[in-house]
Write a new protein. Structure first.
Length: 134
């Protein structure tokens, strides 16, 4: 049995981004530690909304797709330095009322034992675009 701790690579971060775009919460959770934390880009706290533990993080991830059923993170770019990493992206999504968001953002990651321990999300603050007349 090997004692080598697997490293998170940019390919792993791209696979994580791909899972977001597939809206695949099971795949996303396979990248996360058991005691993972997700700090969302919006919410009442200084850190946005903080979800701690696997079930809370799973719910926080799924909430994004409830708010933006067509959520997509495009133009992903990643880099890693030691136990930290960054993913930059362009988020697009439409709410049920038809208002649309398009913003640049990033995730700051902390890794442990080859998995994501912390996903800390940031995005530009931009007004929603009005729905097109239907």
């Amino acid at each position: 049995m090997s004692n080598v701790i697997p490293e998170v690579t940019t390919e792993v971060l791209q696979a994580f981004a791909d899972a977001w775009n597939r809206h695949d919460v099971d795949a996303l959770m396979s990248f996360m530690t058991d005691d993972c934390v997700f700090e969302s880009s919006a919410g009442p706290d200084l850190c946005g909304t903080r979800y701690a533990g696997r079930e809370a993080v799973r719910e926080g991830f799924a909430e994004v797709w409830t708010t933006f059923p067509d959520a997509n993170w495009g133009n992903a770019r990643h880099f890693i330095h030691g136990e930290r990493g960054v993913s930059e992206w362009t988020f697009t999504g439409t709410r049920e009322d038809g208002t649309r968001m398009e913003v640049h953002g990033c995730d700051l990651f902390t890794f442990r034992d080859g998995k994501i321990a912390l996903k800390n999300s940031y995005r530009k603050n931009r007004p929603l675009v009005a729905a097109l007349n239907r």
